[in-house]
Design a protein around this ligand. Structure first.
Ligand code: PHE
Length: 454
């Protein structure tokens, strides 16, 4: 690590910048595309409740644990474990995170590409005058294509690589702190339109009236996976970002604000989507395409829909971009710090390799759509495996590491900024990471996969 000791390590310049970058990572397609489709498939209200429980009891503590590891070690996800537990196999957790980053980016870039297509459609005023059925049909035609979805995916991967190459800390913080609040306001406006549609109340009931008969172990695992995915935890993105946080910034506040912002946006996305789902007679269990079918319908019914649709897809693409950047940064920080590549080379190699894998995810909706392996397409597997397997297992390892192997004094020093910060909930935190979170994650994971049965 000689070079790292000589050159001061790059870091986020301000606390607002940290929050913007971490919130930028958390808020993305996970909130606006994935949350509605998963909640829709899992029956709505009861799923939402379980999801919120996981955010609070597991998501927030894991986020704090990750930031703590990263800032303590001042290294990439794998290097952090190597440094904090030398000669032990904990670095494998970092390695798993890097694999997860590949998987996530491969399918996330497909959907991010869809947002670019929809931006162009919005600019071309192509939602106007179309019926819900026509909008659904045009989505399906686009989605099952080859050239356009791949082109958008590649453009998106290029943009991600470009930002990571220029350095996460220079651009990201500047833009996200302005654009995220605008996205929030825009979703609010669209939510108002959605809930005032005729027939909207069915959607509110769906989302807020829990029907516990819908709850099975796989549903609970979906909720855990969605919580982890949405908060960007379990694969080292926040270890990596944590390593760029200055020592005087308060980690607990950062984790709390990011968790709150992410959760608020997910719930709002639900309130924006489900009333419209019911108003337009769309199936809430429509799946991956849900929001791309619903959103144009809302714009079509909205005063100023043309303007709002353009603004919305611009912001959604940027929200996706600030997330993909954090995923790619995991790989690039690892390649450059551990494998001693230049950032330039690391970014190119990682982006090209991930784009290659990503082709299979995108073609899962077209030429490869008949290739069903154990009930899922390739895209379906990437999505399922990353959220429901890699992230929960990663999160489990992270809490066990912080709870039992990092040393309570180290953990406390890092979280309290060497004692200068009062963190009243520290004793609760410690028992969550030692016991509650590990047991909860393990139980949900094993029952959710059907390894254990009641
Ligand atoms: N949290 C991001 C989103 O909601 C996705 C993501 C997952 C980012 C895992 C980093 C790590 O869109």
């Amino acid at each position: 690590m000689a070079t790292l000791n000589n050159a001061p390590r790059d870091s986020f310049s301000s606390r607002i910048g940290v929050i913007a970058a971490a919130a930028g990572s958390a808020v993305g397609l996970g909130n606006i595309w994935r949350f509605p489709y998963v909640a829709g498939e899992n029956g709505g209200g009861a799923f939402l409740l379980i999801y919120l429980g996981f955010i609070l009891a597991i998501g927030f503590p894991v986020m704090l644990a990750e930031l703590t590891i990263g800032r303590r070690a001042q290294l990439n996800a794998l290097g952090s474990f190597k440094k904090l537990a030398p000669g032990k196999p904990w670095f494998l957790v970092g390695l798993m995170g890097i694999v997860a980053a590949f998987l996530i980016l491969a399918f996330y870039s497909t959907i991010a590409g869809w947002t670019l297509e929809y931006l162009i459609q919005a600019i071309g005023n192509q939602f106007a005058g179309k019926s819900p059925n026509q909008l659904k049909e045009s989505f399906e035609i686009f989605q099952s294509g080859t050239f356009r979805p791949l082109l958008w995916q590649m453009i998106f991967m290029f943009l991600t690589g470009y930002i990571v190459y220029s350095g996460v800390k220079n651009g990201i913080e500047k833009y996200t702190k302005i654009l995220m609040p605008v996205l929030f306001l825009l979703i609010l406006v669209m939510t108002v339109r959605s809930v005032t549609l005729e027939g909207a109340s069915g959607g509110l009931n769906f989302l807020f009236k829990p029907d516990f008969s819908k709850i099975t172990w796989p549903v609970v695992l979906d909720a855990l996976g969605q919580a982890a995915f949405s908060l960007s935890i379990g694969m080292g993105a926040l270890i990596t970002y944590g390593s760029y946080i200055q020592k005087n910034n308060p980690l607990p506040n950062i984790a709390l604000q990011v968790t709150a912002a992410d959760t608020l946006i997910a719930i709002l996305a639900g309130v924006m989507i489900f009333p419209a789902v019911f108003a337009f007679n769309i199936d809430p269990a429509e799946g991956f395409g849900l929001v791309f079918i619903v959103l144009p319908n809302i714009f079509e019914q909205m005063a100023g829909g043309y303007f709002f649709s353009i603004l919305f897809f611009v912001l959604l693409a940027i929200a996706a971009l600030t997330s993909t950047v954090s995923v790619l940064e995991v790989v690039v920080a690892y390649f450059s710090e551990e494998l001693k590549m230049t950032r330039n080379k690391a970014t190119i190699i990682a982006s090209v390799a991930i784009s290659f894998v990503g082709v299979f995810a995108t073609l899962s909706f077209g030429p490869l759509s008949d290739d069903i392996i154990f009930g899922r397409t390739i895209f379906g597997w990437f999505d399922y495996l990353s959220a429901n397997v890699f992230l929960p297992v990663g999160a489990l390892a992270i809490v066990v590491f912080v709870g039992w192997f990092m040393g309570k004094r180290n953990v406390k020093n890092e979280i309290t900024n060497e004692g200068s910060l009062k963190v009243l909930f520290f004793p609760v935190f410690i028992w969550i990471v030692r016991l509650i979170a590990p047991v909860a994650i393990a139980v949900v994971f094993l029952y959710g996969l059907g390894v254990l049965k009641l």
